[in-house]
Design a protein around this ligand. Structure first.
Ligand SMILES: NC(=O)c1ccc[n+]([C@@H]2O[C@H](COP(=O)([O-])OP(=O)(O)OC[C@H]3O[C@@H](n4cnc5c(N)ncnc54)[C@H](OP(=O)(O)O)[C@@H]3O)[C@@H](O)[C@H]2O)c1
Length: 265
């Protein structure tokens, strides 16, 4: 399987995170194309030891799997180009809002497709990737998809409706955690520690909290209660979350993401 020929169209942040995971997992036949930024292709080649092409369209027939890692709005054009040359290769996209129905409508009848929703932790082999399968995906294709996803972290098969609902949570979610981390790092620096030390403290705190959530059977509310003794320091801090309607804000954050994703469809 590691000898499968994989073409990645797109060489940006998500593509690079996936390439890193694939290379670490021993995939050797990875070819990368993009929209003409030659400098970026050269950088990706030298950084990850993959091959690149300025004309990915000329290489489709040699590939087994094609991963689309470019913006949602570029998909119409790229799927039209792919339709001219594709011969039942497995086509995967990581784009927000580009579900399997969307791809099936634009690709030749019988093309196996899958919609993947990874996050940038793929670069560390720690993505939580959601995926939905198109109607022409067979067991062998699914095996390939899972092998690729395993190389970048954990994964969960869902329906496309569920994936639409969860894209803001596992796809965009890391940015929300980093936003909070950024604030905490700045607050920590007020004690006189360096930014590097502050980042270490906060990163380990988040990692430890994630570990508790993962391994402990307790729900987040129980874990919060363990930290916040009645009348204590943490409880006072949590009261400020209430004062500024944190729950309502989080709901609006997710709704805003969903609205934006719908605009792309
Ligand atoms: N970033 C995330 O955390 C994340 C998470 C989940 C899913 N995604 C999805 O991943 C996709 C890529 O996001 P990104 O953050 O990696 O974007 P990015 O860093 O801006 O990179 C976009 C890449 O797409 C290429 N591209 C644009 N139009 C193209 C076209 N017409 N044909 C071929 N290549 C084209 C660009 O080519 P050039 O190099 O020539 O500019 C660039 O390499 C998006 O659909 C996004 O929804 C991202």
């Amino acid at each position: 399987m590691a000898d499968e020929k994989i073409l990645i169209v797109g060489a940006g942040r998500m593509a690079q995170a996936i390439i890193k995971g694939l290379k670490q997992a021993g995939f050797t036949n990875v070819l990368v194309g993009n929209n003409g930024n030659v400098e970026r292709l050269e950088e990706v080649e030298s950084r990850f030891g993959v091959n690149s092409t300025e004309q990915w369209q000329n290489h489709v027939s040699d590939q087994n799997i094609i991963i689309l890692a470019m913006p949602p709005e570029a998909h119409d054009e790229v799927l039209a180009e792919l339709s001219e040359v594709v011969e039942k290769q497995l086509i995967l996209t990581v784009a927000a809002g580009i579900d399997v129905s969307y791809m099936q409508e634009r690709l030749p009848e019988g093309t196996p497709v899958s919609w993947l929703m990874p996050n940038t932790a793929a670069a560390k082999g720690q993505s939580m990737t959601l995926f939905a399968l198109g109607e022409h995906v067979n067991d062998q294709h699914e095996y390939y998809i899972e092998k690729i996803l395993f190389s970048i972290g954990q994964f969960k098969k869902l329906t496309e409706t569920q994936m639409h609902a969860l894209t803001p949570i596992t796809g965009s979610g890391p940015a929300f955690i980093y936003r909070m981390a950024d604030n905490l790092i700045k607050e920590a620096q007020k004690s006189g520690i360096s930014e590097v030390t502050a980042k270490q403290l906060i990163a380990q705190m988040i990692k430890g909290s994630a570990e508790m959530l993962t391994s402990d059977l307790k729900c987040p509310q129980d874990l919060m209660d363990e930290v916040a003794s009645p009348g204590g320091v943490t409880e006072r801090g949590l009261q400020v979350f209430e004062k500024y309607h944190f729950d309502e804000m989080m709901r609006e954050v997710i709704e805003a993401c969903l609205e934006r994703a719908e605009l792309d469809e």
